[in-house]
Design a protein around this ligand. Structure first.
Ligand SMILES: [Zn+2]
Length: 359
């Protein structure tokens, strides 16, 4: 809508179309965000399938409130087949001494519970990817309603957002924190400092090819200090990544001033800052076949080197196809299943990045 057309609308229509008009939500919860202490409960998303006419999908949520400090929203299970974060946030809910909290932690270990229960990336209820559903729709499908509730209610009440991912069933990713670039430099600097505080082996500037429908994008639009992580993957639980994730969550909470008595991880050094920027970072299959990677995660590669080959077992006389790295950097992620179809992401090469303001 152009500025001119808005001016021609009657006053009442302008009010309805205003972005500031609160959206009505059908989601309800049995936890009180303002109550001091530890609460473990649920929020309920109305869902009316064949076998449950007036039913709900209920998502576990915990609120740990003690003393003065920031509100930090922590999520895992955004994609249901990414497990390290789900386990760590369960530990936070069960084991964290609330006297160490300064402020409020809102903890959701399996935010896309239908996907988590199914061990799938996307929700089996509506087929949607939760991390492509923001800002959500309070009148939409289950996934859209969860996203709208998180966007409008939980993010609006928070100062910072920690989003715990892994590579899922299809990828293995170098354990890393993700730096989100915001529209203004001070906000980006806050995100960068929080990502470094996590203490992963590397930090990576990553923009999902500019997709703004992610939870992190929504959090940044709300002004929250935002840090995501990628912890291994392969649809399994990595012991090494679990250790990094457990220590990293405590370290970021300490960095944000929301948790005391933490021995923080050593921050990720500035020289371990990489970026996944643009299509050149992605090694994409150009045929159906079986992918053979020629590097391991974390190895350094040069532009033009062969990242891997696609073999054709059903046509053994055919010469395998080379897939080349489009840029130099670190072998950041690789496809987990051997079988690939054209268009699949077989590997990701992250290139070195520098941020001048970082010490
Ligand atoms: Zn994910």
């Amino acid at each position: 809508m152009t500025h001119d057309s808005r001016e021609s609308l009657p006053e009442t229509l302008l009010a309805v179309s205003s972005e500031r008009t609160p959206r009505k939500h059908l989601v309800f919860s049995d936890v009180d965000l303002d109550r001091v202490g530890r609460q473990v409960g649920y929020f309920y998303v109305p869902h009316s399938p064949d076998d449950d006419a007036w039913g709900t999908t209920r998502i576990p949520i915990a609120v740990l409130k003690h003393g003065d400090g920031p509100t930090v929203l922590l999520e895992a299970g955004n994609h249901g087949d990414e497990y390290e974060g789900q386990l760590v946030l369960g530990e936070v809910i069960r084991d964290l001494d609330i006297r160490r909290v300064r402020g409020r932690l809102i903890v959701i270990p399996a935010i896309n519970l239908p996907a988590a229960n199914a061990g799938k990336r996307n929700s089996p209820i509506d087929g949607l990817n939760f991390n492509r559903a923001f800002p959500g729709d309070p009148s939409g499908s289950v996934t859209q309603q969860i996203a709208a509730f998180v966007n409008d209610v939980l993010m609006a009440a928070s100062d910072a957002f920690i989003s715990l991912h892994s590579g899922g069933s299809s990828l293995d990713i170098l354990p890393s924190s993700i730096v989100h670039c915001a529209g203004d430099a001070p906000h980006t600097e806050r995100n960068l400092a929080a990502a470094a505080a996590f203490g992963a082996p590397v930090s990576v500037l990553l923009d999902n090819l500019g997709d703004t429908r992610t939870a992190a994008s929504a959090a940044m639009a709300a002004g929250l200090t935002t840090v995501s992580v990628e912890m291994a993957g392969q649809g399994t639980v990595s012991r090494e990544a679990l250790t990094i994730c457990r220590r990293g969550v405590a370290s970021v909470l300490s960095h944000l001033g929301a948790l005391k008595d933490v021995t923080p991880a050593t921050p990720t050094p500035a020289e371990m800052l990489y970026k996944v920027a643009g299509p050149a970072a992605y090694v994409i299959a150009n045929a159906d076949g079986v992918f053979e990677p020629l590097f391991s995660i974390g190895e350094l590669v040069e532009a033009g080197q062969v990242a891997g080959r696609i073999h054709f077992p059903s046509d053994p006389g055919r010469v395998p196809l080379d897939l080349k790295c489009m840029q130099s950097g670190i072998f950041y992620a690789k496809r987990q299943p051997g079988l690939v179809r054209q268009g699949n992401c077989c590997a990701v090469v992250a290139s070195r990045a520098e941020m001048a303001s970082r010490d």
